[in-house]
Each structure stands twice: as C-alpha cells, then as structure tokens.
Design a protein around this ligand. Structure first.
Ligand SMILES: [Fe+2]
Ligand SMILES: [Fe+2]
Length: 199
C-alpha cells in the first residue's frame, strides 16, 4: 500500500482517539462531551492510545518517511521536513507530560486539548503540503516500498507485546504449577532415556 495512504490512515486513527476522549462520535458522544459525562475509564484508554499511537507514528515517519523524502533533495520537501521535525519534538514533549497522568487530574482536559491543537496543525501541514508534494516527486513503486516498511514497523511493537504476554503467561504457568507433577517427571525421564538410547 502507498505510504501516503498509510500515513493518512494513522492520522484518522489519532483523530478517532481524540474524539473518543471527548465522548465518542455521533450524537451520544456529543452530549456526553457537552455535559462532561465521559467515563474516566474511556478517557484513560483514549489517552493511553493517543500516547502510544503518536509515539509510534512519529518514530516511523522519522525513521522511514522523512529520510526518504529528504533524499529526493526537493527544496520544498526538505523545508517541510525540517518544520515537521520541530513539530514532532513539541508533540513528543506533550505526550511525555501526559503519560501516567490520572484521568481525574484537573489539567488533563487542557493538556489533551493543547495536544489536539498541536497535532491537528501538524497533520494539516502534512496532508495539505508534504504528502501532495511527495506524490509529485516520488515514484509510486518507491512509495509502495516505503508503505511496506511502515506496515512492518507498525507490526513490530504489537509482536513484541504478544511475545511479552506469552513469556509472562508461561512464567505464570510455571509459578502456578511450582513443582513438576508426577506425569511431567515421568515424561522427562522417558525423554532422557530416549536421548541416551540414541547416543
Ligand atoms: Fe503524520
Ligand atoms: Fe508527522
């Protein structure tokens, strides 16, 4: 898939998380948001998702998209990337401050709103200027190749998390069983005997 399309989808995902923080989309979400009736759990999950998504998206852009765009040596793109990197630094700083904050913290709303404003400004610069310029100066094949790398980078953290959960579950399983049962001891002995016979 074209990297431009993937980046736009990432932006939509972030927009959806902001909307969830404010109560969700649709009329119910609007009312919830207006009367300040968004459950703390929903707000917390949305903030966690935002921090995770924004960190990952910025990292992938900086590792994959921006260097490739810079390598085109197109003057307009280079200027836009420099500006984008300054904006990323601001977003990352705001995300750092937001992480671990209680959903009941008094300044949470103002922090999320400030982050949203910053992100919307950045996204409109990327979607309005950088991506259209990239489409003009970079071949579709190259964009598709970058798209594959972007998607692989997206999968990596998810795979690492699954592996971590697997290891934790296995460790928990070992702790729960504690000592080996009679059955597993017998199986181990039989395996040992088979190995010895093979030697
Ligand atoms: Fe972006
Ligand atoms: Fe960006």
């Amino acid at each position: 898939m074209d990297v431009i399309e993937i980046v736009r989808k990432d932006h939509d995902r972030v927009e959806e998380l902001f909307s969830r923080y404010h109560g969700g989309s649709g009329i119910t979400g609007l009312v919830k948001g207006l009367i300040g009736n968004v459950p703390a759990r929903q707000r917390r999950t949305a903030v966690e998702g935002l921090c995770r998504e924004l960190d990952l998206h910025a990292r992938l852009e900086e590792q994959i998209l921006y260097p490739a765009a810079r390598a085109t040596a197109d003057g307009q793109l280079v200027r836009l990337i420099d500006e984008s990197l300054r904006e990323h630094a601001k977003v990352k700083e705001m995300v750092r401050e937001l992480r671990g904050r209680s959903p009941e913290a008094e300044d949470l709303d103002s922090r999320v709103n400030a982050l949203q404003e910053q992100v919307e400004h950045h996204v409109s610069a990327e979607e309005g200027e950088m991506l259209p310029r990239l489409e003009q100066v970079m071949s579709a094949e190259r964009r598709a190749e970058l798209g594959r790398r972007f998607q692989a980078g997206r999968r990596q953290p998810a795979q690492r998390a699954t592996a971590r959960r697997g290891r934790a579950a296995r460790a928990g399983g070992r702790r729960r069983t504690g000592r080996a049962t009679k059955g597993t001891r017998q199986k181990k002995r039989a395996r040992g005997r088979r190995k010895a016979q093979r030697k």
